[in-house]
Design a protein around this ligand. Structure first.
Ligand code: SAH
Length: 360
């Protein structure tokens, strides 16, 4: 039975499901979910992420984390966690760059949080022989709360499930996935949700306006911030998204084979994601007790921590690759490319007053 047929059967048995539940099943169903069954990255896959564009991305983030560790007095037994490591490329490049300071890397426990067994295996292959003590878990949980936490996440939060609410004359109704003639279909829940679910900033929404939120993302960000506030460490979260109060549109999107497709058509075959609300993420970090820096654009962050200098260094060492290096740098920081659509936010313990790349 296809994943779509199983979702149809589930809805017919139990009633409509939230957009968040649909996203979770489509992405992570152990048998047929998008991430559970494939390697979606790179030129042959559905999309290319920054670590796959150039080794420089992981190197710069690795050096940023190393600097954050040094600035906090080189705490003992640090833990380096990556959320959703994909092919493991970012971590491999970050560890290599950070190994200029063996006191950091020798003492480091690396934990990769990855739900997909296929991608876990790919990450293990990539990191074989990296010298670090690496382990995996499917979820971020309390076992990661007992040491200084250095955390990085690139294009992870956009994969976390969102819930959507649509304004009507009677209030706000959750947008659900239901069935119509055996096909999947969006429909609004008939009963409006209790008002406290909707933030005051949405009060002026027009009829039909959408409020989209990811409770999973906000709870996770608050949890991470709380650990960093207590134990020390730093988090660097990079993703595509918005850094101002948004309009009233939804941002859920489905991509298959480098093109936009209908989110309900072929669940499990397409990547589903939603823009990350960086202002909400920053607020969640503050609720968790952390000092929050940013959001800044990916272009500004990478430029200010020295990606251009790193590109020059690599060009001198490999003149034959100069054109590729220039193109990759432009792709990562250029305003028309990933430089402004992608943003970064950082969390630190309350005593920290600034971070490289965040206007400090
Ligand atoms: N960071 C990588 C991959 C981004 S894609 C890169 O930049 O190339 C999203 C990653 O998060 C994948 O590895 C996917 O399997 C993982 N993932 C998505 N949702 C997850 C969840 N809820 N729990 C754990 N891992 C998840």
């Amino acid at each position: 039975m296809s994943l779509k047929a199983r979702i149809v059967a589930l809805i017919e048995a139990q009633g409509p499901m939230s957009v968040a539940q649909f996203m979770t099943i489509a992405l992570l169903d152990p048998k047929d979910g998008y991430y559970a069954t494939r390697d979606p990255f790179g030129a042959g896959g559905d999309f290319i992420t920054a670590p796959e564009v150039s080794q420089m991305f992981g190197e710069m983030l690795g050096l940023w984390l190393l600097q954050a560790w040094a600035d906090q007095g080189c705490p003992k037994s640090p833990r380096l966690v990556e959320l959703g490591p994909g092919r493991g490329t970012l971590m491999a490049n970050a560890l290599r760059a950070a190994s200029v300071e063996p006191d950091f890397t020798n003492d480091l426990e690396v934990v990769l949080v990855e739900a997909s067994p296929v991608l876990q295996a790919m990450q293990a292959e990539k990191l074989r022989g990296c010298g670090a003590d690496v382990s995996w878990q499917a979820q971020f949980d309390d076992s990661l709360s007992d040491r200084p936490l250095f955390l990085v996440a690139n294009e992870f939060f956009d994969a976390l499930p969102v819930r959507q609410y649509v304004r009507s004359e009677r209030g706000w109704h959750e947008r659900m996935v239901t069935t119509l003639d055996g096909e999947l279909n969006f429909a609004l829940a008939p009963v409006p949700v209790p008002l406290p679910i909707i933030p005051a900033s949405r009060e002026g929404a027009p009829l039909g306006g959408v409020y989209e939120t990811s409770p999973a993302a906000l709870a996770l960000a608050e949890n991470i911030a709380g650990i960093i506030a207590q134990r020390g460490g730093a988090a660097l979260i990079v993703d595509y998204g918005y850094d101002a109060i948004t309009g009233f549109a939804e941002t859920l999107q489905a991509v298959g084979g480098h093109r936009f497709v209908d989110a309900l058509d072929t669940p499990g075959e397409d990547d589903l994601s939603a823009h990350v609300d960086f202002m909400a993420l920053a607020q969640a970090g503050k609720r968790g007790g952390a000092a929050v820096f940013g959001p800044v654009t990916q272009g500004a962050l990478l430029a200010s921590i020295g990606i251009t200098e790193r590109a020059e260094q690599l060009m001198n060492a490999h003149p034959e690759s100069a054109a590729d290096l220039l193109a990759a740098t432009e792709r990562l920081i250029g305003a028309q490319q990933m430089g402004t659509l992608f943003k970064a936010v950082a969390f630190a313990p309350p005593s920290v007053t600034g971070f490289a790349g965040f206007g400090a």
